[in-house]
Design a binder for this molecule. Structure first.
Ligand code: PLP
Length: 535
C-alpha cells in the first residue's frame, strides 16, 4: 500500500492536511500553497485501460490517485465528477480540433460560461457543497460566503460553479460600468438567490480587489461569515485540470502520441502546472510551452533564471490572491496602479503568477532533496521576491526548469495577426479563435520550427464570443468584408442573455459591500437598486 496522500504548505510547517482541509483552506496560513506529499504512480496498464474512457471516467481515475477514499469515498467522487461535467455542452467535454497535419487545438470552453475555468470551477463548486453537506449532516449550519473581485471573465465561472448550492452564498464585486456587456450579462442573469452580482460605484478593479482583501483580513467579519475564496491557487482547481491533458492524449491518433507537445496560454500558471503534473505522473510529452502576452514575467524567467517584476517595485501583497477570484487583471481598465500592462488577452495580464510558487518548490526540492529544506529555500526565495521585487534562483534550477518548459512571449500585434491567420485558414477550415488562444497559437508556430517532427496541441481557453473587442479589431470590415461577428461567432445562448432579466446590487465603497453581505446574512432580501432588465 502506498502512503496515503496528504497535503503540505510550500512554505514550511511539518503538519499535513487532508484533501478536504486543503481544499477548504485554499491558501496556507503561512502564505504558502498546498501540494501533495508525493506524486502518485499510474496503474501499470493505464495506457490501454484508460484509452477509451469518457472525460468523467478518466477524471475519476486520475483524481482518485490524489484523493484518498477516506477523504471522499469513490462513489461520492464519481457523483461529484459526473454532475460537474454534465453541464458541458460537448459529448467529449474537452474535444480536440485538428487544425493542421500535426496540429490540434484542445477546446476547453464547452462549459456553462464558455471559458476554460469552468473545467475546474464546476468541480470545485460541487466539492464545496459536498463537504459542507457532510459537515452539516447532524443539522449543523456550516456555510461558506464566497467573496471575490473581478472585472469580467472569471466572476461568471465562479458564479456558475456555486449557483443554487445549499450553504453557499457568493458575492462578486466588479467596478460599475467597467465590465464588458457580455461578461456582465453572464454574471447578472443568473437567477439563483445565492448569487449576488455587486456593482461597486466609482471604483476600478484594484479598488474592488482591495475591498475584498480588507474583508478577508478583518478577522471578526471573516469568521462571522466564514469567507471563502475560489481563487486559482486552490489545489482542487489544479487537480481537475490534469485530466484534459490525458484526455487530449487519448484523442490523438496512436502515431501522433510519440512526440506530443502542449502549448498553454498562461497567466497565473495554473493551467500549465496541471500539465506539468500530468508529465510527472508519466504522460509522455515533450517540454510544455508557456505562452505569455506582453506581461511576460514567466518568459523572462525561463530566459534568465530571474523571477522579476517588471516594475521592480516590491510586491506588497503577495498573498492578495486569497481574496480575489482571479489573479489576472481580468479586464483592461484601471491597471496602471498595479503596473500590469493591459493587453488583448486580459485574463493573462498578471504581474506575478501565483501558482508558479508550486513549481519553484519542486525546483528547490530538486536541489535539496528534502522536503523541509526545500520549504526553507522556497520561503527564502519568496521573501526576497517580496522585498526586492525579484529573485534569482540560479543557473542550475533554471536548467532543470528548462527541461520541462519552453517559453514564448507574444505581442498584442501578433495576437491579432494570429486571429486573422486562423480565420483565413483554408486547409483545415476557417476557425475564429479568442485572443488568449491566439497567444498560444502564435507561440506554437514559433515552437514548431524548433521541433518540426512533433505533434502540437494548443489549449484553447475561451470561446471567441467572450472577447469581441479583440476579434473585431483583428478582423476589421475593410479587410474582411465577409466576416460578421453576430452571425458567425456569437452562439445563441450568449445572444439570448440580452433579453434576460439581470440582478445587480449597486453599492458604494467598502461600507456598502459590508452592509449588503450583512443584510443578506440576516436573511433580508436587499433591494435591487441596480438596473434590472436589459443592460
Ligand atoms: C485564466 C485564463 C487564462 C490563464 O490561465 P492560468 O491558469 O491563470 O495560467 C488563460 N485564458 C483565459 C481565457 C483565462 O480565463
Amino acid at each position: 500500500m502506498a502512503e496515503e496522500m496528504r497535503y503540505f504548505s510550500t512554505r514550511g510547517g511539518k503538519e499535513t492536511l487532508s484533501f478536504e482541509e486543503a481544499v477548504l483552506t485554499g491558501l496556507a496560513p503561512n502564505g504558502g500553497l498546498y501540494i501533495p506529499t508525493h506524486i502518485p504512480t499510474l496503474p501499470t496498464n493505464w495506457e490501454t485501460e484508460w484509452s477509451s474512457l469518457s472525460f468523467p471516467q478518466l477524471s475519476h481515475q486520475i483524481l482518485s490517485l490524489f484523493i484518498p477514499t477516506s477523504s471522499v469515498p469513490s462513489e461520492d467522487l464519481e457523483n461529484i465528477i459526473n454532475s460537474s461535467y454534465s453541464t458541458f455542452r460537448h459529448p467529449q467535454t474537452t474535444p480536440l480540433r485538428k487544425t493542421g497535419e500535426k496540429e490540434y487545438v484542445l477546446e476547453l470552453w464547452h462549459g456553462p460560461t464558455w471559458a476554460f475555468k469552468d473545467v475546474a470551477l464546476q468541480f470545485l463548486g460541487n466539492l464545496f457543497a459536498y463537504f459542507l453537506e457532510r459537515r452539516n449532516v447532524d443539522g449543523g449550519k456550516e456555510g461558506l460566503t464566497i467573496v471575490g473581485a473581478t472585472s469580467g471573465d472569471t466572476g461568471s465561472a465562479a458564479i456558475y460553479g456555486v449557483r443554487g448550492k445549499p450553504n453557499i452564498t457568493i458575492f462578486i464585486l466588479y467596478p460599475d460600468g467597467r465590465v464588458s456587456p457580455i461578461q456582465l450579462a453572464q454574471m447578472a442573469s443568473v437567477p439563483d438567490p445565492n448569487v449576488f452580482c455587486v456593482a461597486v460605484q466609482d471604483a476600478d478593479f484594484d479598488a474592488c480587489q482591495s475591498i475584498v482583501k480588507t474583508l478577508f483580513s478583518d478577522s471578526k467579519f471573516n469568521s462571522a461569515h466564514r469567507l471563502g475564496a475560489v481563487n486559482s491557487i486552490n489545489w482542487a482547481r489544479i487537480l481537475a485540470q490534469i485530466v484534459y491533458y490525458f484526455h487530449a492524449y487519448f484523442q490523438l491518433p496512436a502515431e501522433a502520441r510519440k512526440d506530443v507537445r502542449f502549448v498553454v496560454p498562461t497567466g497565473n500558471f495554473g493551467d500549465i502546472l496541471a500539465g506539468w503534473y500530468a508529465k510527472k505522473l508519466g504522460l509522455p510529452m515533450g517540454p510544455l510551452v508557456v505562452a505569455t502576452n506582453e506581461n511576460d514575467i514567466l518568459e523572462r524567467f525561463f530566459r534568465t533564471g530571474r523571477y522579476e517584476r517588471e516594475d521592480h517595485l516590491p510586491e506588497m501583497e503577495q498573498s492578495s490572491e486569497t481574496a480575489v477570484v482571479d489573479g489576472g487583471s481580468d479586464g483592461k481598465q484601471g491597471t496602471s496602479a498595479s503596473g500590469v500592462k493591459p493587453t488583448h488577452s486580459p485574463a493573462m495580464d498578471i504581474l506575478l503568477s501565483s501558482n508558479f510558487e508550486r513549481l519553484l518548490f519542486y525546483l528547490a526540492l530538486e536541489q535539496t532533496g528534502k522536503r523541509e529544506e526545500a520549504q526553507e529555500k522556497l520561503k527564502g526565495w519568496m521573501e526576497t521576491l517580496k522585498h526586492k521585487g525579484r529573485v534569482d534562483i540560479g543557473q542550475r534550477a533554471r536548467d532543470v526548469a528548462k527541461e520541462d518548459f519552453w517559453a514564448e512571449r507574444v505581442s498584442d500585434e501578433e495576437t491579432l495577426e494570429e486571429i486573422a491567420k486562423y480565420y483565413e485558414k483554408k486547409d483545415f477550415g476557417s476557425y475564429v479563435v479568442d485572443p488568449h488562444t491566439a497567444v498560444g497559437l502564435a507561440a506554437q508556430s514559433r515552437s514548431m520550427k524548433k521541433a518540426p517532427e512533433a505533434t502540437w496541441v494548443t489549449l484553447s481557453t475561451a470561446h471567441p464570443a467572450k472577447f469581441r473587442e479583440a476579434v473585431d479589431l483583428a478582423l476589421p470590415p475593410d479587410l474582411f468584408p465577409s466576416f460578421d461577428f453576430d452571425t458567425q461567432v456569437l452562439p445563441d445562448p450568449l445572444r439570448e442573455l440580452d433579453g434576460m432579466e439581470k440582478r445587480i446590487y449597486k453599492v458604494k465603497g467598502e461600507e456598502g459591500v459590508r452592509e449588503l453581505i450583512e443584510s443578506v446574512k440576516r436573511g433580508e432580501q436587499p433591494s435591487l437598486n441596480g438596473h434590472a432588465g436589459s443592460i
